[in-house]
Ligand binder design. Structure first.
Ligand SMILES: Nc1ncnc2c1ncn2[C@@H]1O[C@H](COP(=O)(O)OP(=O)(O)OP(=O)(O)O)[C@@H](O)[C@H]1O
Ligand SMILES: Nc1nc2c(c(=O)[nH]1)N=C(CO)CN2
Length: 171
């Protein structure tokens, strides 16, 4: 058994690209998007983010193994969270966006680990790197990523997003 996962990484404090490269090296992804530069979503009073997405898969690993691993990396990456700020700044954030087992979407409505990620469809910094890697991407339960990204609701966020250089080659 092994699960394929789409992860979204973000950083808006410290050496952002360096931290993301450090995390990507440890995640050993099969595929990595470019870096994307985006204004903060959800809580505007903080620095801009660098975001990147990656596909990962490891023999024998399920979603819980990946959740534990990404939490450890966030902690090791020096993440400090302000409990008062739900969407506040951070050195490293890794979200599990969607998962597939034998090609079928894994779904969960457990608030501890919700799959697909409940806010993925609202975030250009999740949808754009995903579409870059998979032109035919589908967000389980919501449909075409291309269509979601093109929605009027996301027009303002699309305008302020900037695509940066390719992230390091995948492992
Ligand atoms: N798919 C998921 N990926 C990561 N965390 C999740 C997921 N679903 C639920 N969670 C829960 O969300 C809680 C908050 O996580 P985190 O601090 O990374 O949130 P955030 O980055 O501030 O906001 P967001 O979850 O909207 O990205 C965690 O305690 C975690 O258990
Ligand atoms: N642009 C951008 N904004 C965010 C991000 C992120 O990764 N990128 N993560 C957040 C975490 O709650 C809150 N806001």
């Amino acid at each position: 058994m092994s699960v394929r996962l789409l992860l979204s990484l973000g950083a808006n404090l410290g050496e952002r690209e360096e931290t993301l490269r450090w995390a990507l090296e440890r995640l050993r992804p099969s595929e990595v998007s470019s870096f994307y530069y985006t204004p903060p979503w959800g809580d505007p009073d903080q620095p801009d983010y660098v975001n990147v997405s990656a596909f990962v898969e490891r023999e024998g690993w399920g979603v819980e193994d990946w959740f534990a691993h990404t939490r450890d990396l966030e902690a090791e990456g020096g993440r400090v969270r302000d409990p008062e700020r739900r969407f506040g700044p951070r050195t490293l954030d890794i979200d599990l966006i969607a998962a597939w087992e034998d090609g079928e979407p894994v779904t969960s409505d457990d608030p501890r680990l919700t799959l697909p990620h409940p806010r993925a469809r609202l975030r250009v910094f999740v949808l754009a790197p995903w579409l870059e890697m998979r032109g035919d991407a589908e967000l389980p339960g919501y449909g075409s990523v291309e269509r979601l990204l093109a929605s009027d609701e996301l027009a303002a966020d699309r305008k302020t997003m900037r695509k940066g250089p390719a992230a390091p080659p995948s492992a």
